[in-house]
Design a protein around this ligand. Structure first.
Ligand SMILES: Nc1nc2c(ncn2[C@@H]2O[C@H](COP(=O)(O)OP(=O)(O)OP(=O)(O)O)[C@@H](O)[C@H]2O)c(=O)[nH]1
Ligand SMILES: [Mg+2]
Length: 308
């Protein structure tokens, strides 16, 4: 009997791009089914490009989440925009995410201009449709965006509720070349565990310490010790001014305790292990303009403990 023909395999990379707060990281997490990227209501939550792999029956898509498109004034902001541009190189599809609650304004039009790239299809994702009750509004919105660019597809989704994700993956696969899988089927991300842990701490700070700290906070994991029953993690939270340190520490250390407990619970869920977490807070004036410190924060320079 002749052997059944093997179905053709498609694989490639899709970069997720959009303005701050559009829901790019929420979308990445919804697609891969794990929380790889941190999500908060604050703009410019994501500071670096990071990938998440989705593997289907006969296809694999490597998604890359990126920082929101914004003006660059500090060294860190310039690096964030460099990361976006680099993540647009040698890829198969651009997934341009917009908040469907808003009509496109001049800044959205500028963002569209940035993603127009000859030879690379751009799929428009209209996110947050769970917050739109007047559905015909979506058609009007699509027409507005169509005037700005002839997108390869227009896909309404709710990243938060996981709606429209299948349609999006299908549309992307249609633009992928025939190729072998780039990663083993169970590979989730290239991002090392110690970076994910630091990001979870930063997320808790952005959510809990609401006063004037978000852009001034950086987190580095200093120690990571895998013991039989527990992972022991020591991390430092960097801020730019003494006043911000006071906010993070809180009265009698109440805030840092809250941040620590909340981050530890998130980590235990993600790593599926018991975590012992120690946190320190340091003032490092103007760290956002210090290239060497920014290198230290870059996960590509860290060792991947998770696969070790
Ligand atoms: N209602 C609703 N809110 C959403 C949806 N997706 C994301 N959000 C919310 O939008 C806010 C921003 O989400 P993020 O995923 O952090 O957005 P982002 O585009 O990655 O933002 P930056 O990293 O700052 O560029 C958060 O409060 C999310 O909970 C959605 O489908 N529906
Ligand atoms: Mg993000």
């Amino acid at each position: 009997m002749p052997k059944a023909k093997k179905p053709k395999y498609h694989a490639g990379t899709a970069t997720i791009i959009g303005r701050p707060n559009a829901g790019k990281s929420t979308l990445l997490n919804a697609i891969v089914g794990e929380k790889i990227a941190i999500v908060t209501a604050k703009a410019q939550t994501t500071r670096t490009a990071l990938n998440g792999v989705w593997t289907g029956e006969n296809e694999q898509i490597v998604f890359v989440d990126t920082p929101g498109l914004h003006k660059s004034d500090t060294v860190i902001n310039r690096r964030m925009m460099q990361a976006v541009r680099a993540a647009m190189d040698s890829i198969d599809v651009i997934v341009f995410v917009v908040d469907a609650k808003n009509k496109p304004n001049a800044e959205d039009a500028q963002a569209v201009d940035l993603v127009k790239k000859p030879g690379t299809p751009v799929i428009l994702v209209l996110n947050k449709i769970d917050a739109i009750h007047d559905k015909p509004k979506l058609f009007t919105l699509i027409e507005h965006y169509r005037e700005l660019h002839d997108f390869a597809a227009y896909i309404p989704v709710s990243a938060r509720k996981g709606e429209g994700i299948e349609e999006l993956k299908k549309a992307i696969v249609g633009y992928l070349p025939m190729a072998k899988a780039l990663y083993p089927a169970d590979h989730l991300t290239d991002v090392p565990s110690r970076f994910l842990a630091a990001e979870l701490i930063r997320e808790r700070i952005l959510i809990l310490a609401t006063q004037e700290v978000p852009h001034s906070v950086a987190v580095l994991v200093d120690e990571w010790e895998d013991k039989t029953n527990v992972i022991r993690i020591a991390a430092t939270i960097y801020v730019e001014r003494a006043g911000q340190k006071n906010i993070i520490v809180g009265a009698s250390g109440a805030m840092i305790k809250k941040i620590g407990t909340s981050a530890r619970m998130e980590m235990e869920r993600f790593f599926d292990r018991k975590i012992f977490l120690e946190l320190f807070v340091k003032v490092k004036p103007d760290w956002r303009n210090q290239p060497e410190f920014l290198n230290e924060l870059d996960w590509r320079r860290m060792v991947n403990d998770r696969d070790a």
